[in-house]
Write a protein that binds this ligand. Structure first.
Ligand SMILES: Cc1ncc(COP(=O)(O)O)c(C=O)c1O
Length: 415
């Protein structure tokens, strides 16, 4: 069959005329395939999924009730465009009450998003010209960088490593990248390391951004999921509003990943530019969803409950992994536990398996132990364990954790 002419139409940014022909298997696809294969090999067995990056629970019943009520209002039916005042006002109250950030003008300094992913894909259009550089932390959530590249931008990666408490070394950026840099993208509490930032670090970021004329994009998707202390907002740093924006989301904080709602807050010019591009990208999130999200942002006790659950599960997981030799330290927030991957496993038969990288460990864990994790080899070989595993109540959580311990119990891991 001759090739469709459509094949020759694709833009270079997605592979041009070779699009789809040499598709490398991406990490998450490999994990999915390995899970399917493990299930096929062990029909009826339970896969312990500690790889998932989204909550195992439904949104709070009050949020669902609010959605239902708002969905019935005729005035909410149409295009939301850049949104009404309801979510903006709730977001400003949330920033003040939960994050201690006062004086944000909801009219000019806040705009809703159809989730942080959508905002991270829109913002590069407002900032990046061909040749511009984006400074991004690695390992991390790549969406801003992917879109920056679509616009001809380049990404300079800043490794996150344990000795620096997973904070990037801003002094390490070579002048040829720094000179062309337009944006610095950060994410704390961090996916995948679970690390939190500090007020000192954020103050350093503000000074660095001013000195180097950078826009700071702080992705706070896990903002209020903290296990100790109060959530730390970048916008709380003096001068932050002069240099950047912060992205908040209802997805993880309120178990609303599928609802697609969040907000961008901070620098007025950046918010306006985001809104202008957004207005030409989507027609806004359904107002009923925005209003239900607003209800949640006004009820941070919902997040506190969710964080308490993750904290409990995290303590249990840390203990289990430590017993198997992992260097597991409970993070301060998020739902991710990030640990160095083993270099080898000695099986009960005495056979010794060597692992080249974290990806091999993760594949072995799924295939042989039916435990799903996410490997990261970007800045050292590490595994990300997520405490969003499916469990209906605390006894069930304990059962899952006992099962993890038992499945790891017959091997000796070498680090
Ligand atoms: C760091 C980070 N940012 C953003 C997102 C996407 O969030 P949202 O559901 O608000 O688009 C995720 C989701 O996994 C994430 O891990």
């Amino acid at each position: 069959m001759s090739e469709s002419y459509i094949q020759n139409l694709f833009a270079e940014r997605i592979g041009g005329k070779n699009y789809g022909k040499f598709a490398a298997l991406y990490k998450f696809e490999k994990i999915k395939r390995a899970k399917r294969a493990a299930l096929a090999a062990h029909p009826g067995a339970e896969i312990l999924d500690l790889g998932v990056g989204e909550p195992d629970e439904m949104a709070a019943p009050e949020a669902v009730a609010k959605l239902e009520q708002e969905a019935r209002r005729p005035e909410n039916r149409g295009y939301a465009d850049n949104g009404d005042h309801v979510l903006k006002d709730a977001a400003a109250r949330y920033l003040e009450k939960v994050c201690g950030v006062s004086g944000i003008n909801p009219e000019t300094q806040i705009m809703h998003s159809i989730g942080s992913k959508a905002a991270l894909s829109i913002l590069p259009a407002a900032l990046i010209n061909p040749g511009d550089v984006v400074l991004m932390t690695t390992p991390g959530y790549a969406v801003f960088g992917v879109h920056a590249r679509y616009y001809g931008g380049r990404v300079h990666n800043l490794p996150l490593v344990a000795p620096r408490r997973f904070l990037p070394d801003l002094s390490s950026i070579p002048p040829e990248f720094l000179g062309k840099a337009k944006a610095l993208v950060l994410n704390y509490p961090n996916n995948p390391t679970g690390a939190g930032a500090t007020p000192e670090f954020f103050a350093q970021v503000v000074a660095f951004a001013k000195e180097n004329r950078l826009a700071v994009i702080h992705d706070a998707a896990y903002a209020a999921l903290v296990f100790e202390g109060k959530p730390l907002s970048f916008l709380a740093a003096p001068g932050a509003r002069e240099v950047g924006v912060e992205l908040h989301s209802a997805s993880k904080s309120f178990n609303m990943t599928g609802w697609r709602c969040g907000f961008v807050a901070g620098n007025e010019l950046l918010v306006r530019a985001y809104g202008d591009v957004k207005d030409n990208t989507d027609s806004g999130q359904f107002l009923a969803i925005q209003h239900a999200a607003a209800y949640c942002f006004d009820h941070p006790e919902i997040t506190a409950r969710i964080a308490a659950k993750y904290s409990r599960r995290m303590s249990g997981l840390v203990e289990v992994l430590k017993k198997s030799g992992f260097n597991a330290v409970k993070p301060k927030g998020s739902f991710f536990l990030y640990v160095p991957a083993p270099k080898a496993a000695v099986l009960s038969s005495g056979r010794r398996l060597e692992f080249r990288d974290a990806e091999e460990v993760s594949q072995w864990l799924i295939t042989e132990k039916l435990i799903s994790t996410v490997p990261w080899d970007d800045a050292g070989a590490c595994l990300r364990w997520s405490v969003t595993f499916a469990a209906k109540d605390p006894p069930d959580e304990e059962r899952v954790l006992r099962e993890v311990a038992s499945r790891l119990g017959d091997v000796t891991l070498e680090f």
